[in-house]
Design a protein around this ligand. Structure first.
Ligand code: NAG
Ligand code: NAG
Ligand code: NAG
Ligand code: NAG
Ligand code: NAG
Ligand code: NAG
Ligand code: NAG
Ligand code: NAG
Ligand code: NAG
Length: 587
């Protein structure tokens, strides 16, 4: 130990001012690996590690303040979304922070590459023996007993005391990958093959189509006009979206926009092969509903490939950071993949959530399926003591979308039992939902008490139909369930509203939640059903907001009216748009 200290002080006096405190201080530690992981001894000295360093930002709270200012109807700045540069001012580390961290890394001979536009995330590559020295760490090989998956982690790491306030976290270090990674939330449990219906306009409980969705939510046949209005659909986990299947789907179910296509954006060496046998259930569901419900708003499929380096996040963080680096952003992004909240370390979840806040401040609406496991998490599973919240739905700066199903007797909707909903253990409840959730909690009384965190951010925010949806996959009609449908359906409607806003010379909606909770009357309140799991009947759907269907399902006309009314005529500064989109409008 004394020798080590000497080494570090020598290093320190060279690199920094003499007055600096150069002792190493433990930054993060765990007492043992998670259950299921077994240590196989020290990691080979020369194995190369790819690590990310999240630097402290100049003003992370200021960014959140600015986000609420531009997203809360009635605020003077409503709709005045921040530019890329404005956001980077909040997110960038101070010169003092970058200089101190760079000096430390330079001195150790470690090259750091910025991987975010604001420079607050750095990537470093170094062999295990050097990482052990630099971070006073003990990298070892851990094997997951069930999956056999090997991973290199340390039980603790340290940084110089002087850098404690300059470095938020280093990743992946003490955080172990969850044995199950980012998962799609489409469920194939009721996977039936059918012949195409002849009357798609009629809502049938066993076969829901775009025309049915339009009649449920009062969406008129609209011709979209704004070419700079953009909708993005994210793809992960080798889920590929097929153009030929989209054509078949549109010809069958939305012939007004047949011929509409999507453009492809890849990150992390992503691809989108078009052989029908490789079409993904999740990717096809997302793209077919996003495009048909938005009536052909220019759409991009963003495919994240296998070469991600964001540790346990499977490209999720890479995608968000990639978008932040773009000068033109799509106005809406829908994602039907997620985690159980407990799969991710708390600090990392907060960092990812802040990246979503930065995108929201720039005027993006981020929608996520809430999950398909009721109160038991992303997918149905045996619980331990408490309910399992999902991620990123727990992040207050995204819009979480739950699911409903049709009731045959009256043609209305009820909560889908698989619709995930509940309360985050990682994020406090934001102000915009405080009143709505307070009345819900008082209505349910002691139901489920002790099984969830009553002070947490509550989700979902809204819902849309998610049971017995028709899609085309490899040329054939299939019927599937999932909040995977609810998110692109809701996203498609927001893209349509943005079309109307932009046409009226106003700004897109951006981060939606403050606007949504101020307009509960723009929703069909769902008051029946529940989301069972964990040996309970779950949360009940009740009058007003509830932890199964949120505010309810959208009434398009009412929501559009509310959006047009809330929007102010913007100050003249360039609207952020995507100009490289191919023109997909056939009219
Ligand atoms: C947000 O709005 C409040 C009230 O108008 C203002 O005082 C504050 O400076 C704004 N914050 C940011 C970051 O724009
Ligand atoms: C569809 O709905 C219309 C009007 O409600 C009705 O006349 C027609 O019979 C229905 N078609 C089918 C196939 O159910
Ligand atoms: C979905 O379709 C199946 C097969 O037709 C049917 O048995 C089931 O009741 C439908 N689900 C709902 C919620 O309507
Ligand atoms: C991932 O990166 C490795 C190393 O750079 C490369 O060999 C491999 O081809 C990449 N994978 C894909 C799918 O591009
Ligand atoms: C894979 O991704 C890396 C990093 O983004 C990039 O430099 C490389 O060109 C990509 N390779 C391929 C084959 O796309
Ligand atoms: C598509 O994939 C199937 C199954 O992998 C293969 O048999 C077929 O040859 C492929 N078709 C084309 C055009 O590559
Ligand atoms: C239950 O606890 C075990 C052991 O800690 C853990 O591996 C598992 O993921 C937990 N299950 C859930 C649903 O949280
Ligand atoms: C409840 O949520 C809050 C907010 O994230 C958190 O600080 C607290 O630790 C949580 N409690 C439990 C028991 O998880
Ligand atoms: C669920 O409840 C049953 C009956 O009370 C009990 O036998 C079972 O152990 C419980 N399962 C879990 C996972 O708590």
């Amino acid at each position: 130990m004394p020798t080590k200290l000497l080494v570090f002080s020598a290093l320190c006096s060279l690199a920094f001012a003499k007055s600096m405190d150069c002792r190493m201080k433990v930054h993060e530690s765990v007492s043992a690996p998670p259950q299921g992981y077994v240590s196989k001894g020290p990691a080979p000295a020369d194995t190369e590690l790819n690590l990310r360093i999240a630097l402290a930002q100049s003003d992370p709270d200021g960014l959140i303040d600015a986000l609420y200012n531009v997203s809360t109807p009635g605020s003077l700045a409503y709709g005045e979304h921040l530019s890329k540069e404005d956001v980077e001012k909040f997110a960038a580390p101070t010169a003092q922070t970058s200089d101190a961290v760079k000096a430390w890394l330079n001195h150790a001979g470690v090259n750091a590459t910025p991987i975010s536009a604001a420079g607050d995330w750095l990537s470093i590559a170094l062999p295990v023996n050097q990482a052990n020295k630099l971070f006073d760490a003990d990298f070892a090989i851990y094997t997951h007993s069930e999956t056999g998956k090997q991973t290199i982690r340390t039980m603790k790491y340290s940084i110089p005391t002087e850098l404690k306030d300059h470095i938020d976290l280093v990743h992946p270090m003490v955080a172990f990958p969850s044995p199950v990674s980012l998962r799609p939330v489409v469920s194939t449990s009721s996977d039936l093959e059918r012949r195409a219906t002849k009357h798609p306009a009629n809502c049938s409980t066993s076969e829901v189509t775009p025309a049915c969705v339009e009649s449920l939510y009062d969406i008129p046949p609209i011709k979209v006009t704004q070419r700079h209005n953009q909708l993005a659909v994210s793809g992960f986990e080798n889920e590929f979206a097929n153009q030929a299947d989209l054509q078949t789907f549109l010809e069958q179910f939305q012939p007004d926009i047949k011929g509409a296509t999507f453009t492809l954006q890849t990150i992390d060496n992503g691809t989108n092969p078009q052989n029908g046998s490789e079409a993904g259930f999740e990717a096809n569901s997302d793209i077919q509903y996003a495009i048909s419900i938005s009536h052909g708003v220019p759409t991009t499929f963003i495919s994240a490939g296998p070469n991600n380096t964001d540790g346990d996040l499977d490209g999720h963080l890479d995608m968000a950071l990639f978008l932040l680096g773009e000068s033109k952003l799509p106005q809406v992004l829908t994602t039907s993949y997620g985690f159980d909240e407990s799969d991710l370390p708390r600090k990392l979840s907060h960092k990812l959530c802040h990246v979503y806040a930065q995108l929201g401040a720039r005027g993006m609406s981020l929608l996520f399926g809430s999950g398909d496991g009721g109160v038991s998490g992303l997918q149905s599973q045996t619980c331990n003591a408490t309910f399992v919240p999902t991620s990123p739905s727990g992040c207050p700066f995204v819009t979480s979308v739950g699911a409903t199903q049709l009731v045959s007797s009256h043609g209305g909707e009820t909560a889908a039992p698989f619709s995930s909903g509940g309360f985050s253990d990682f994020f406090f409840r934001p102000k915009y939902q405080a009143d709505a959730v307070k009345s819900y909690l008082s209505s349910i009384g002691s139901t489920n008490s002790g099984l969830f965190n009553a002070s947490g951010r509550a989700y979902p925010d809204v819902s849309a139909i998610g049971t017995n949806l028709s899609i085309i996959i490899d040329g054939r009609l299939k019927i599937l369930d999932g909040t995977s449908f609810s998110s692109p359906i809701f996203a498609g409607m927001i893209a349509l509203i943005n079309d109307a806003l932009l046409r009226a010379g106003k700004r897109q909606l951006g981060f939606l939640n403050p606007f949504l909770y101020k307009n509960p009357r723009a929703f069909h309140d769902i008051t029946t059903g529940s989301n069972p799991g964990c040996n309970t009947t779950g949360f009940p759907a009740l009058k007003g907001w509830d932890a199964v269907t949120g505010l309810g399902t959208p009434n398009f006309k009412a929501l559009k009216e509310a959006a047009l009314k809330a929007a102010r005529v913007p100050h003249p500064h360039p609207i952020e748009t995507e100009c490289t989109m191919q023109d997909v409008l056939s009219v």
